[in-house]
Write a protein that binds this ligand. Structure first.
Ligand SMILES: C[S@@+](CC[C@H](N)C(=O)[O-])C[C@H]1O[C@@H](n2cnc3c(N)ncnc32)[C@H](O)[C@@H]1O
Length: 300
């Protein structure tokens, strides 16, 4: 049974009331008022800036309008909610292996002041590797997620995203910071930002986390888990996986650090991997049934 069938059998999707347009307008206005007044840059980034960046990438292909969107690895669901609140999407589904999505509704009610999750937004925790359903979506997004997927299932995960897309559908994928770049350890909370994880042995890195005076035991445990489960994917590897499952890269951006790796690093690692800190890909699932006659919403 796919994740979506499971959700439907729980009644979550089918029991939702029909979309009431006045609710959408009222939620959007409340959201826009919050946006003007907020002094919470982190929440603003997740709720508004990330959706805007994604919209700017997909605008040549029709933008968010009318799309069914899957946010894979949605975390607390802020970006999925921001898309549902700001754009004229048909529906947004956010999934994550942790229980974070459950915290979205109280967060939106408390911070933004809306009455609950929009009717066309569904957020759910899923099992690792759960099937996502076949050809359910027009757009899949994955922001800062694929570097956390277990290495030996990364290609299968990307293949699952492909399966979840309708022919002609788009996938927006972003990873930053990439593992071999200066901040690739994701350990900025203990001041790492200059390839320390590649220059020190693992026991030293773990000792640095343990010695951080400002972190609770729980926060330290979280950092150790985070650090030890990074899959070390490089920009080239990610692109190769996407290519292998059949995606066409329609746009890509690779950002480089301004920092210079030491001779010790360049002797051991590839300079391109050391200096590429972000990759953003816009991928398309080719519509083979429609060759020569692209769907209007997918025309550049
Ligand atoms: C760094 S967070 C990013 C969350 C969100 N995309 C954002 O930008 O705020 C990475 C998220 O990916 C989720 N994740 C990791 N592996 C996953 C998998 N195999 N399936 C679904 N979610 C996954 C984690 O639980 C985590 O919430």
């Amino acid at each position: 049974m796919s994740f979506l069938e499971a959700v439907r059998s729980d009644g979550l999707l089918v029991s939702r009331p029909a979309r009431i347009d006045e609710h959408r307008v009222s939620d959007r206005n409340t959201f826009l008022d919050w946006k003007k007044a907020t002094s919470d840059p982190l929440l603003l980034r997740k709720l508004s800036t990330l959706p805007e960046i994604i919209e700017s990438w997909i605008a040549p292909y029709g933008g968010f309008s009318g799309r069914e969107v899957l946010d894979f690895g949605c975390g607390f669901g802020e970006t999925a909610a921001g898309i549902a609140l700001q754009y004229d999407v048909t529906r947004v589904v956010g999934v994550d292996v942790q229980d974070k999505p459950a915290r979205c509704e109280p967060l939106l009610m408390e911070k933004i002041g809306i009455g609950g999750l929009p009717d066309h937004l569904t957020l759910a925790q899923i099992e690792k590797g759960a099937l996502l359903g076949e050809q359910e979506f027009d757009l899949v997004i994955s922001w800062s997620v694929l570097e956390h997927v277990q290495r030996d299932s990364l290609r299968q995960t990307i293949a699952d995203l492909w399966t979840a897309l309708r022919p002609g559908g788009l996938a927006f994928v972003q990873i930053s910071p990439l593992y071999f770049s200066p901040e690739g350890s994701h350990l900025w909370a203990i001041g790492y930002g200059g390839w320390e994880h590649l220059l020190r042995q693992t026991s030293e890195v773990l000792a640095d986390i343990e010695a951080a005076p400002h972190l609770t035991t729980e926060a330290k445990d979280r950092l150790v888990r985070l650090y030890s489960t990074l899959n070390r994917v490089t920009a080239n590897e990610l692109t190769a996986h996407c290519d292998a499952v059949g995606f066409e890269v329609v746009r890509q951006q690779r950002d480089r650090t301004e920092k210079t790796p030491s001779a010790c690093l360049t002797e051991a690692y590839c300079v391109e991997a050391l200096t590429t800190d972000q990759i953003v890909l816009l991928l398309k699932k080719p519509d083979l049934s429609n060759e020569g006659h692209p769907h209007p919403s997918n025309q550049a």
